[in-house]
Design a protein around this ligand. Structure first.
Ligand SMILES: Cc1cc2nc3c(=O)[nH]c(=O)nc-3n(C[C@H](O)[C@H](O)[C@H](O)COP(=O)(O)O)c2cc1C
Length: 411
C-alpha cells in the first residue's frame, strides 16, 4: 500500500449522490487519494466536473472509452492501483447487480475486477430498502465479505420519514479508515490459528438431531480477519451454511465428538485456538438409533450422556498455546460464570456474549461482547460481527505479543 491510500469512490444514481462530495472531502482530509467513478445515472444527479475539481483527477464515466490515456483498460488497471473501493451512495439497482455478479457498466466491472476490500453505503427510499429483494442482496454481499455501512433513519428526499437514508459521510470515512488499518496490519503473520465455528448436532436417529441456533457467523468473521492479518488459519466448522473463506482450510465436523477429535489432532500445530463454536454438552446415550424411529407412543424419553468438554481436554494437553473461549450466557449475571469458566479451564481469554438479547448473538449479523482476561475486561459495543472479530483479534494479538516477550510461542 502506498503512503497515501488510494480510494476508488463509486457514485451511483440516487439523491444522496450530492453527499458523495462531502464524503470525498472527508476521505481526503483523512489522508486518502480519491478517484471517482460515476454510473450514467449518477451523472443525472450531479455533474462529474464537481468531483473532477474536488479530486484533482479525471472522473471515470460509463459512457466513454474503457481505455485510459495510457491505453490500459480502465476497470482492470484502476482496480489494481487502488487500496479500497467505496460505493456511496449505493442504489438498490447497483446492490442487486453486485449480488448477482452483473458487470454491465464501468463501476460494476470494476467491482468484479477488484480483489480487495469493498465498502458500500446504501441509500434509498424506505420501501426499497426494506424490500426482501434488497435485504437479500445486502445479506449476500455481506456474506461475501463486503462491508456495509447501514443507512440510518430520518427524513428522506422523497419526503417520507424512515430508514434508507445514507449513513453520514463521517461514519463512512470512519469505516474506510478502519478497513485500511486492518489491511495494513499483519500482526498475526507467522502464527497458526485454529478456529471452531457453528453449532454441533447430535443425532437421535437417521433424521433427527439435538442442535442449537449458532449460525457460525462469528467464527467465520474471525477466520477471515485472522487470514487478512497474516495468520495461517484452519477453521473447524459444524453445520454452517456460509460460503467458503478464501485462503482458509475448512474442516467439517458435524458432531461434538468429531469436532473434539479434529481440535485435539490439530492442537500441536496451533499457536492460537479460538473456540467460537456452540458445542453440544450432551449426546444420545448408547448412540443414535439406526434408521428412523417411528411414531406411535405418547411419550418418549431419550437418555443423554455428557460429551467431552473440548476446552477442558485442550487445557489438560496444551503446550503454551493461547486459548480463547466463548461464553454464551443468559443475562449479564452470567459474567461471573464466564470468568470462572476462564479460570477453571485455564483459558487466556474468554469472550462473553449475552444471549438473552434478540438483537445480537445467535443468528444475528451483530454482536456485543465483553472480552475478559485475567487482568482486564473490555466492553465492545454493538457492532457488525466483522468489526467485533477485528477487536477480538486486536486483543489477542496484543496479548500474544506481550507473552512472546516472556516465553516465545511454540515454533
Ligand atoms: C429522482 C430520482 C431519485 C432516485 N433516488 C434513488 C435512491 O435514492 N436510491 C436508489 O436506490 N434509487 C434511486 N432512484 C432510482 C435509480 O436512479 C435507478 O434505479 C437507476 O437505474 C440507478 O442506476 P445506477 O445504479 O446504475 O446508478 C432514483 C430515481 C429518480 C428518478
Amino acid at each position: 500500500m502506498a503512503d497515501r491510500p488510494v480510494v476508488l469512490l463509486g457514485v451511483t444514481g440516487g439523491i444522496a449522490a450530492y453527499k458523495a462530495a462531502e464524503l470525498l472531502r472527508g476521505l481526503q482530509k483523512a489522508g486518502m487519494e480519491v478517484r471517482v467513478i460515476m454510473t450514467r445515472s449518477a451523472t443525472q444527479f450531479v455533474g462529474p466536473i464537481m468531483f473532477e475539481a474536488l479530486s484533482g483527477a479525471p472522473v471515470r464515466l460509463d459512457h466513454v472509452s474503457e481505455l485510459r490515456n495510457d491505453s490500459k483498460i480502465t476497470h482492470v488497471e484502476d482496480a489494481q492501483e487502488a487500496d479500497i473501493l467505496v460505493v456511496a451512495p449505493a442504489t438498490a439497482n447497483t446492490l442487486a447487480k453486485m449480488a448477482n455478479g452483473v458487470a454491465d457498466n464501468l463501476l460494476t466491472s470494476m467491482i468484479l475486477a477488484f480483489g480487495k476490500t469493498v465498502v458500500i453505503a446504501p441509500a434509498m427510499n424506505t420501501n426499497m430498502w426494506q424490500h426482501p429483494a434488497t435485504q437479500q442482496n445486502v445479506a449476500v454481499l455481506r456474506e461475501r465479505g463486503v462491508f456495509v455501512v447501514e443507512p440510518g433513519a430520518g427524513e428522506l428526499a422523497c419526503g417520507d420519514y424512515g430508514s434508507g437514508r445514507m449513513a453520514e459521510p463521517d461514519s463512512i470515512v470512519a469505516e474506510v479508515k478502519l478497513r485500511l488499518q486492518v489491511q495494513r496490519k499483519r500482526d498475526l503473520r507467522g502464527l497458526r490459528v485454529l478456529i471452531t465455528a457453528g453449532g454441533t448436532r447430535e443425532p437421535i436417529d437417521a433424521v433427527r438431531f439435538i442442535g442449537n441456533r449458532s449460525s457460525g457467523k462469528m467464527g467465520f468473521a474471525l477466520a477471515r480477519a485472522a487470514f487478512d492479518r497474516g495468520a495461517a488459519v484452519q477453521l473447524i466448522e459444524a453445520n454452517v451454511d456460509m460460503p467458503a473463506v478464501p485462503g482458509v482450510l475448512q474442516i467439517e465436523t458435524p458432531t461434538a465428538g468429531a469436532m473434539h477429535a479434529e481440535v485435539m489432532k490439530r492442537l500441536p500445530e496451533t499457536d492460537i485456538l479460538i473456540m467460537a463454536a456452540a458445542v453440544a454438552d450432551y449426546r444420545v446415550a448408547d448412540g443414535p438409533a439406526g434408521g428412523k424411529i417411528g411414531k406411535g407412543r405418547d411419550e418418549w424419553a431419550i437418555g443423554l450422556e455428557a460429551t467431552t468438554d473440548i476446552l477442558c481436554d485442550v487445557s489438560a494437553h496444551h503446550q503454551g498455546q493461547f486459548l480463547v473461549g466463548f461464553a454464551a450466557e443468559y443475562g449479564l449475571e452470567g459474567l461471573g460464570r464466564a470468568r470462572s469458566k476462564m479460570e477453571h479451564k485455564q483459558l487466556d481469554m474468554i469472550v462473553f456474549n449475552d444471549i438473552s438479547r434478540s438483537d445480537i448473538g445467535f443468528d444475528s449479523d451483530y454482536n456485543e461482547v465483553r472480552i475478559l482476561t485475567r487482568e482486564s475486561e473490555v466492553l465492545v459495543d454493538k457492532a457488525p460481527k466483522e468489526t467485533i472479530a477485528e477487536i477480538i483479534l486486536d486483543n489477542i494479538a496484543q496479548a500474544v505479543r506481550a507473552r512472546q516477550g516472556e516465553t516465545p510461542l511454540p515454533a
